[in-house]
Unconditional design. Structure first.
Ligand SMILES: [Zn+2]
Length: 526
C-alpha cells in the first residue's frame, strides 16, 4: 500500500468529522472490511475531487451566474457501493441488501451487487451504513416565504388573514431577497432528501425575476421546475393583494414566453424546466387562466395553481360562479396530465373521480393544511382514483420548514387519522414522495433507481441515535417512522451535493446571516 493510500485510510478511520477535507484517491478494493450487520458505522468512505473544496458565498447577488463554474469538472462516473439497503422504487419495488449503483454522466448505468459493476469510478462512495433510495420530489413550495416564517402577526391566522398580513411584507422584497431565500429553501430541501423541486413564486416586486431563482438553483446543482407565478387582481379591482405586487396580464404572458424561450429544457434529464402558474383562479382573470394554460400547451410546458384549499374558497366559487372549484378549473381548461393543483383539500367525491379520470396532478401539503386550519385532503381517495399525487412542503410561511422527509411522515399519519388506520404504509408514502412527485411534474426520468434513470439518490445512516433500535428491523421504513434530522448523502445528476449530512461547498453561516438580515429588514420589530 502506498503511503498516500495509508494516510487516506487513517483519516477515514479516525477522522469522523464533517469538514470538507480534501482526501487522496483510494482504490475502493483496499478499504477495511465492514463490520456488523449493516456495515462499518465509522463513516462514508469517499473520494474527494482535488478541486472540490472551494467554499462560496451565497450572500447577496454574487451567486448564480449559472455558468456552471462550480461544477466538478471531469467527474463523470459515480459508484455508490455496498449499501446496507438499496431501495430502487422501480416497477418491481426491488430492495437490494448490499446493493450498488454505477452512474455515468448523471445517468444510472447499472444496479446490482458490487462485483457485477465496474470496480472504480471518478467518485466512489461506500454506502455500507446507509439506506439508499431515490431523491424525493417536492411539488409545491414558495421559496421566498422562508424570509417570513413564524411572523408573529401571521402565526395563528387562517388563509385569507394570513395572506393580507404578509402581502405588504413580501412587497418589500428585492432581487437579493429572492436569491438568498431561494438558496435557503433549496439548502433545506436538499438536506431533507429532496433532489428535485418546483417553486411557485407569484409576486416579483422591485425588479426581481424568476431568472434569479434559476441562477441560484443552477449554481447549487439542484433539479428545478421554476413555476413562473403571477397575480393580476389587486385591491383596487377587488382582490386581496396590494396593487404594488400584481402585474399587468399582457406583461405576465410576455414574460412567460420569454422564460420558456430562455430556460425551458424539454430533454430527458433536464435540470431546468419552466411551469406557468397563476397564483389561483381568484387572483387573475378567467381570461388569463385560459390564455396561460393555452400558452403552456403551445410550448409543451406544464401548468400549476392553487385549488380547493379551503372551505371559504369553495363557498366563494359557488357564490360567484355557481361552480365547485374543480368544475371551475375544468371550465377554464385546467385539468389533464399537464396540470397540477396544490392542496385539493375539499374536492367532492365526483371531483375526485374527475381528477383521476383526467390524470390531473395534486400537490398534497399536509403540514400547511394543518398550520392554516384548512382541512385534510383525501390522499387515499385521490391516489385510488388515478390522480397523479405528490408531496409538497408548501410554505414556507405556512409550514414553516422545508423538510420533505418529515412531510412524508406527516402525510402518512394524517391519512391514517382521516381515511383509514392503514391508509398508507411507509413504502407507499415514500412512493408518493418519489415516483408520485415525478409523475406530478411530468417526468419519467426521476423518482426511481434503475438503468436509464437520472442519478438522483439519497442515503441515510442507519447507525444514528434516531435510528437506534429501528433500522435493524426495517431500515427503509425506519426513515419514515423515526425522525432523521437530515440525509447523510444526496446525489443529484450524479454529483454529490450532501455528504456526511452537510452541504458540499456551501457557506451556510454566511447564507443564514444574509437571510436573517433581509428578514429583519422586511419585518421591522414593532
Ligand atoms: Zn402554496
Amino acid at each position: 500500500m502506498r503511503r498516500d493510500q495509508r494516510d487516506a485510510l487513517l483519516e477515514r478511520r479516525f477522522g469522523d468529522d464533517h469538514a470538507h477535507r480534501p482526501m487522496e484517491r483510494i482504490d475502493a478494493r483496499e478499504r477495511p472490511a465492514r463490520s456488523g450487520a449493516f456495515g462499518d458505522p465509522r463513516g462514508i468512505l469517499e473520494d474527494m475531487p482535488e478541486h472540490g473544496d472551494e467554499a462560496r458565498s451565497l450572500g447577496g447577488v454574487e451567486v448564480g451566474d449559472g455558468d456552471g463554474r462550480h461544477e466538478e469538472v471531469g467527474i463523470s462516473t459515480l459508484l455508490v457501493r455496498d449499501a446496507a439497503l438499496l431501495a430502487t422504487f422501480d416497477d418491481a419495488g426491488r430492495e437490494l441488501p448490499g446493493g450498488s449503483l454505477f452512474a455515468r454522466d448523471g445517468v444510472i448505468e447499472a444496479i446490482g451487487p458490487a462485483h457485477e459493476l465496474p470496480a472504480q469510478a471518478d467518485r466512489v462512495i461506500d454506502a455500507s451504513n446507509l439506506v439508499v433510495l431515490p431523491g424525493l420530489v417536492n411539488t409545491h413550495h414558495h421559496f421566498y416565504q422562508t424570509l417570513t416564517r413564524n411572523v408573529p402577526a401571521a402565526q395563528n391566522a387562517k388563509l385569507f388573514d394570513w395572506l393580507t398580513t404578509l402581502y405588504p411584507i413580501w412587497a418589500r422584497m428585492d432581487t437579493e431577497a429572492i436569491r438568498v431565500s431561494t438558496a435557503v429553501a433549496i439548502a433545506e430541501l436538499m438536506l431533507s432528501g429532496c433532489t428535485t423541486a418546483s417553486d411557485h413564486t407569484y409576486l416579483w416586486p422591485n425588479g426581481s425575476r424568476v431568472d434569479d431563482q434559476i441562477a441560484v438553483a443552477r449554481d447549487l446543482g439542484f433539479r428545478f421546475h421554476a413555476a413562473r407565478g403571477s397575480m393580476s387582481i389587486g385591491r383596487s379591482k377587488g382582490g386581496l393583494p396590494p396593487d404594488s405586487v400584481v402585474e399587468d396580464e399582457d406583461t405576465i404572458l410576455a414574460d412567460c414566453e420569454r422564460v420558456i424561450a430562455t430556460y425551458h429544457d424539454s430533454a430527458r434529464y433536464a435540470m431546468t424546466r419552466i411551469v406557468l402558474a397563476p397564483c389561483s383562479p381568484f387572483s387573475v382573470s378567467d381570461t388569463l387562466m385560459r390564455e396561460s394554460v393555452a400558452l403552456a400547451r403551445k410550448h409543451g410546458v406544464h401548468s400549476h395553481t392553487h385549488l380547493a384549499e379551503t372551505r371559504d374558497e369553495e363557498a366563494f366559487c359557488l357564490e360567484r360562479y355557481g361552480r365547485r372549484p374543480v368544475e371551475l378549473a375544468e371550465d377554464l381548461g385546467w385539468t389533464g396530465d399537464d396540470v397540477w393543483h396544490a392542496h385539493m383539500v375539499w374536492p367532492s367525491t365526483a371531483e375526485v373521480a374527475r381528477l383521476g379520470a383526467t390524470r390531473t396532478g395534486v400537490a398534497h401539503c399536509p403540514t400547511s393544511n394543518m398550520r392554516l386550519g384548512s382541512g385534510i385532503a383525501p390522499l387515499r381517495a385521490l391516489v385510488d382514483a388515478g390522480a397523479r399525487v405528490g408531496l409538497g412542503v408548501d410554505g414556507s410561511a405556512s409550514n414553516d420548514g422545508s423538510h420533505l422527509l418529515a412531510e412524508a411522515r406527516q402525510a402518512m399519519y394524517l391519512a391514517r387519522v382521516h381515511e383509514a388506520p392503514a391508509a398508507f404504509d411507509a413504502r407507499e408514502i415514500l412512493r408518493v414522495a418519489t415516483r408520485g412527485g415525478a409523475a406530478v411534474l411530468g417526468r419519467d426520468d426521476i423518482g426511481a433507481l434503475a438503468p436509464g434513470m437520472a442519478a438522483d439518490l439519497i442515503g441515510l445512516r442507519i447507525d444514528t441515535l434516531a435510528m437506534a433500535g429501528a433500522a435493524v428491523h426495517d431500515p427503509l421504513a425506519a426513515i419514515v417512522f423515526t425522525q432523521p434530522s437530515t440525509v447523510d448523502l444526496s446525489v443529484i445528476a450524479g454529483r454529490v451535493r450532501v455528504l456526511h449530512g452537510a452541504l458540499e461547498h456551501m457557506d451556510i453561516e454566511q447564507l443564514i446571516a444574509d437571510q436573517n438580515r433581509i428578514a429583519r429588514h422586511l419585518v421591522p420589530a414593532s
